[in-house]
Design a protein around this ligand. Structure first.
Ligand SMILES: Cc1cc2nc3c(=O)[nH]c(=O)nc-3n(C[C@H](O)[C@H](O)[C@H](O)COP(=O)(O)OP(=O)(O)OC[C@H]3O[C@@H](n4cnc5c(N)ncnc54)[C@H](O)[C@@H]3O)c2cc1C
Length: 491
């Protein structure tokens, strides 16, 4: 625990140790085809869990208490911001502080830090006015969706729960009807007290490193009633198997060699459900395919998170680019200044989107302060379209330094270390100092981990074509068209 600990008398927070202990629950996990007894037995997952645990400990520090915690008005307890439902602009910006905090803490390598999963339940809670008239399509089991969502958010808040969220199904033949896919998660048996579900969810980022999974199926024409199921269950529920992708980070590496990679990763899992019981009070939709139509709205806070993370990352890119010009002495070269300007432009534009989304925020019918979804969607599109270019520009500014890295052991080797020290200094810095910056930028932009993160950024919250479709379908053009008709006398 951090030495700057502050005493919080009444709280519902977990410490890092408590969080780690909560993951030791008999979950069924496979990595590289082998069963892993405990998540902490896999080094890359364990390092990622340690990073998450440090976020729990940070809640108790003066430096991060405001960004990560909030007083719950109902209980009078200090709770984590992850489950906060903002009712004012101040509270909404408080949530953004938490998003910025987790994004900085992981340098954006975690798209699903502890405050992301809860945004799905919070997003539904924020749209209960659209949800309240839905009833279960199965007479045998009649959950109260509204009450269940409210209770789940309360449960998450009071128990400092972390959760994965998976809306996507595994990749199959997209030209064949969805209903035929064996992978489609669906209800197999309905009972009075709940339902049994089978199928799979993918790509359940961070599922092996969290307490719960929030699942739903996205809306596609032809989705059968039994596949219109939304809910949340503990990740150690009977019948859940987590099959992890290969690990991509560098746990155990010297922090000098891999300043980001040594911190591990959030890994993605295929989450297989075989006759998993979902208790009635954990069901948020049962059989209403039309509920899926509000999934775009329910993901509002998740998408606010995505844009905020990309903005924070752009700050890191600016800082890296600036430091590169300093250690290489390239800061006065016009072409290099133009490259730095491009990265600053990217960062300023992303911040502008966030500020605009917040400036246009409105209280909705459920009494929740919602940022402007069109600004967030447009900002996300701009961010992911330009992301590969910005990475490319930053890499170009580094030149050979990004490849000619030798590692701490080489600098400390008595035979070659003195040569490296003599031959490799930068502007006002030693060869080692220069290399450490390049090592960081390598991990951030070139490593296997960076490759996964770049792919993640491109599609994790729906690929660009779907976002464009959303702009066309949802952006209200009527005032612009009316103006044009008036100006151009087109009536
Ligand atoms: C690293 C990583 C982590 C992820 N984490 C999560 C997570 O935690 N939770 C979660 O729910 N999802 C997660 N995703 C999944 C993400 O939501 C999906 O990848 C995304 O929705 C695209 O679906 P798909 O991959 O099944 O693509 P497919 O449906 O197989 O399609 C492949 C490509 O074809 C194009 N395409 C397909 N259909 C259309 C269409 N109708 N219109 C236009 N273009 C189309 C798109 O370019 C798409 O990328 C993650 C993805 C990655 C790569």
């Amino acid at each position: 625990m951090n030495t700057m600990t502050t005493i919080i008398p009444k709280h519902a927070l977990k410490t890092g140790e408590e969080f780690k202990a909560s993951l030791d629950d008999g979950r069924q996990l496979w990595v590289n085809g082998a069963k892993v007894a405990k998540v902490m037995d896999e080094p890359a997952l364990a390092a990622g869990v340690e990073l998450m645990a440090s976020m729990f400990d940070d809640q108790f520090t003066e430096e991060y208490a405001e960004a990560t915690t909030v007083l719950d008005k109902k209980s009078g307890l200090v709770t984590g911001r992850s489950w906060q439902v903002p009712e004012t602009k101040e509270e909404m910006i408080g949530r953004r502080m938490m998003m910025e905090y987790t994004s900085r803490k992981t340098v954006g390598t975690f798209g699903r830090p502890p405050d992301l999963g809860p945004t799905l339940a919070v997003g539904i809670l924020a749209h209960l006015h659209l949800f309240k008239d839905f009833k279960s399509a199965f007479p045998e089991c009649q959950p109260d969706f509204v009450e269940n969502v409210q209770r789940y958010v309360e449960f998450g808040r009071m128990n400092s729960i972390t959760c994965a969220e998976s809306l996507t199904g595994p990749q199959n033949d997209r030209s064949s009807p969805l209903a035929q896919a064996a992978s489609l998660l669906r209800v197999k048996r309905v009972e009075k007290d709940g339902v049994y579900i089978s199928g799979a969810k993918s790509v359940g980022s961070i599922a092996a490193q969290t307490n719960e999974i929030f699942f739903s199926n996205l809306a596609y024409p032809g989705t059968p009633a039994e596949a219109a199921i939304w809910g949340a269950v503990p990740i150690n529920s009977d019948g859940i198997k987590l099959v992890s992708r290969e690990m991509l980070s560098n746990p155990g590496a010297d922090p000098f060699d891999h300043p980001l990679g040594y911190k591990g990763e959030e890994a993605d899992q295929l989450v297989i459900f075989k006759d998993v019981f979902v208790p009635k009070d954990r069901i948020f939709n049962l059989g209403n395919e039309h509920v899926s139509a509000i999934s775009g709205k329910a993901t509002l806070f998740a998408h606010y998170h995505v844009l905020t993370r990309l903005k924070v990352k752009s700050e890191v890119f600016v800082a890296c680019a600036k430091m590169v010009t300093e250690v290489l002495g390239t800061g006065q070269i016009p072409g290099v200044r133009a490259m730095l300007a491009e990265i600053i432009e990217y960062n300023r534009t992303l911040e502008a989107f966030i500020l605009a989304a917040e400036a246009n925020a409105e209280i909705n019918e459920s009494g929740v302060m919602c940022p402007d979804v069109m600004m967030i969607t447009t900002g996300r599109l701009y961010a992911i379209r330009n992301y590969p270019h910005i990475i490319h520009v930053l890499q170009e500014m580094c030149g050979q330094g990004l490849v000619m890295r030798f590692g701490k052991a080489a600098f400390e080797n008595p035979d070659i270390g003195p040569d490296l020290a003599e031959l490799l200094p930068g502007k006002g810095v030693t060869g080692m100092q220069k290399e450490k910056l390049m090592n960081f930028i390598w991990d951030l932009t070139c490593s296997s981990l960076a490759g996964r993160v770049a792919l993640f950024e491109n599609v994790n919250a729906s690929p660009a074509p779907r976002m464009r479709e959303r702009l066309v379908a949802e952006f209200d053009t009527s005032a612009m068209v009316a103006d044009l008709k008036k100006i151009a006398e087109l009536d």
